[in-house]
Design a protein around this ligand. Structure first.
Ligand code: ADP
Ligand code: MG
Length: 327
């Protein structure tokens, strides 16, 4: 079976936030330390992501929109040890199949950069151009050729909330990268390029949330966990203040969320959830990131053991602060 077939194809672009997510992940993969996201309208008009990463050569830039053009995977065995955020080589192709896209990029070794203009009918032109080192990708008129899908989008407020969520999660999981999100010309959020997760939490979620947190550190031969969980008295009616990362990738996981909640034993009222900002470092062979086409969900091996460890880690974090009665 070929590498291409083994990588499940799927719909990657559901909404404006999916575009932002894929572009940000590419910027991070390209070792950017500064990522700027500019949104016009609620993403349907324009989305621009500018990074100061390594950029692309003229050849790579002209290949980047081809399906399964990825510089990140060469052999099927690589699938077992994927640490980069992207690997399917289909994000740019998928975006270009539903929008008008302009890519400008330059590598440090090149004197001139490359500009590639693409729309749903294919590559319009490829030219040499002056450009700073790094990559900027402008996505205009999302779903212009598929009005039905455009109609399927939710309100501007909802779509913007998804975009803000994507940028926040990535800012949190990459404290060493400085993110700026500009919506209709106004700075919506700016994450410091500090190395402290708590600083990012203060910036992104507010000081009240940050004050409610206790540190959590846990290490076993299977995984390490680091981050914060909230004191039992700080609860939410939903899981909106829960952010999990596995090996730096923001993910959604009911499995992890449930285990965290169990760590509180009976301290949480029914229907209330703690805040949790946790980064899991797990050997990639034990993580299957290839479950959801947009890579939001992961499948873990050793599911049971990991659950037990999370419960223990939360108990320990709370006990350290004398927040649970001694048994
Ligand atoms: P994938 O990320 O899965 O490799 P993409 O379609 O997202 O596939 O990107 C295709 C290729 O384009 C990447 O493998 C990478 O070589 C190049 N690329 C995309 N975005 C950037 C960027 N911001 N900086 C440098 N290279 C990029
Ligand atoms: Mg990618």
């Amino acid at each position: 079976e070929s590498t291409i077939n083994k990588i499940a194809a799927g719909e990657v672009i559901e909404r404006p936030a999916s575009v932002v997510k894929e572009l940000i992940e590419n910027s991070i993969d390209a070792h950017a330390t500064d990522v700027r996201v500019e949104i016009g309208g609620y993403g349907t008009k324009s989305m621009l992501v500018i990074d100061n990463g390594i950029g692309m050569s003229h050849t790579d830039a002209s290949m980047a929109f081809k399906k399964h053009a990825t510089s990140k995977i060469n052999r099927i065995e690589d699938l077992d040890s994927i640490l980069t955020m992207g690997f399917r080589g289909e994000a740019l192709a998928s975006i270009a199949s539903v929008a008008r896209v302009e890519l400008v990029t330059r590598q440090e070794v090149d004197i001139e950069g490359t500009k590639v203009v693409v729309d749903t009918s294919g590559i319009k032109n490829i030219t040499s151009t002056g450009a700073p080192v790094g990559t900027s990708i402008l996505v205009n008129d999302l779903f212009y050729s598929t009005p039905a899908r455009r109609k399927y989008l939710k309100s501007a407020r909802t779509e913007l909330a998804h975009i803000i969520d994507v940028v926040s999660r990535n800012a949190l999981s990459h404290p060493d990268v400085s993110f700026t999100l500009v919506i209709d010309g106004k700075v919506n959020l700016r994450s410091p390029s500090s190395v402290k997760m708590l600083d990012s939490i203060v910036h992104l979620y507010g000081a009240d949330v940050a004050r409610s947190l206790v540190p959590l550190e846990y290490e076993s031969d299977l995984l390490t966990i680091s981050g914060y969980v909230s004191k039992p008295e700080f609860t939410r009616s939903g899981k909106d203040f829960q952010v999990f990362f596995i090996n730096g990738r923001p993910i959604y996981s009911n499995q992890l969320s449930n285990a965290v909640r169990l760590g509180y034993y009976t301290l949480l009222p029914k229907g209330r959830y703690p805040a949790a900002f946790l980064n899991f470092i797990i050997n990639p062979v034990n993580v299957d990131v290839n479950v959801h086409p947009a890579k939001r969900e992961v499948r873990l091996s050793h599911e049971k053991e990991i659950g037990v460890m999370i419960i223990a880690a939360v108990e320990e974090a709370l006990a350290k602060e004398s927040l649970v009665p001694e048994v």
